[in-house]
Ligand binder design. Sequence first.
Ligand code: NIG
Length: 386
Amino acid sequence: MASLVIDNIGSLVTNDESLGRGPLGLVEDASIVITDDVVEWIGPAGAIADRRIDADGACVLPGFVDSHTHLVFAGDRSAEFVARMAGQSYDGGGIRTTTDATRAASSDDLHALVAHRLAEAHRAGTTTVEIKSGYGLNVDDEARSLSIAGRYTDETTFLGAHLLPAEFDGRPDDYIDLVCGEMLRAATPEARWVDAFCETGAFDADQCRAVLDAGREAGLGLRLHGNQLGHGPGVQLAVECGCASVDHCTYLTDDDIAALAASDTVATFLPATDFSTRQPYPDARRVIDAGATVALASNCNPGSSYTTSISFCIALAVRDMHMTIDEAVQAVTLGGAAALRRDDVGRLTPGSAGHAVVLDAPTHHHLAYRPGVPLIRQTIGPLGES
Ligand code: NIG
């Protein structure tokens, strides 16, 4: 049992009010002992262990929980981004471009791409990551994407209902039958969650409900993409079906917010997407003030949000969504954990996962105060220390 102490911590975010000050449970001049990947002890600086990391007065936080990514893909869509910055709008149609490239890629290449993106995310402070399929869109390639994702995380999500593949043009109900039948059976051994894209141009509420019902029947947890490109039924459907999370939530009515607040469905905001697609930002302030649980995630994908940087999401949420810095930090830790129905990550308390981020800064405020600056000095997590 090798133990590690992170010592000389200027400001430790525990996310446990019983351990420290305020909602983040801040402890000053602290040290934390991690044994076999689990937090063993938190207390004043000076603790002893087999190995020591000197934080040198810096801030330490729980590792970030990125509860929404699409890391299994091949190909490049930078030209689509360039066109968008020149005035074209985003409608999700580029998913087919990535599907073609992903189907054509070898499994070795896809593994290498996912490992590379994951290492990048880890260096940026992410220690728990959800990974969706959704660029295979046939039985074999969806199953292959999930088996690749499953090599890197337990939080794997079957997203066969991402977009209608070209070979099913004009036959969406046939495709939904395939997703709910053979494709789901092939996906289930590797998937923990099922998801669908509920949006004009993707799938309607009835089609998404069929996918969620079939996924539940197969023993999967439920999540949904909703209300990304306009108002729609996604949020209400997610709440009605008991989804763990409804993701995007860019366009919300008063009724949507009331439904979220009365439910335990997490509203997951993906502000890097709104940045990259020039959408308005979600009204997080109203959602939080209504009492809903919120998360922030990267939505790393080649079309609408090609970033693994949770720090960037925090800065956007604070600057443009009017979340406080404390709320944004909680949304990328505890919020992400809630969206994945996890209570072992997103906090640093005795017994929780020993996943931590050492900043190159004295407080967590710097994550928003110094946007664009690589402030993650060290990440301690399942990929080791980087
Ligand atoms: O969450 N909205 C659907 N899926 C992704 C976009 C995928 C793409 O454009 O390739 C998203 O934004």
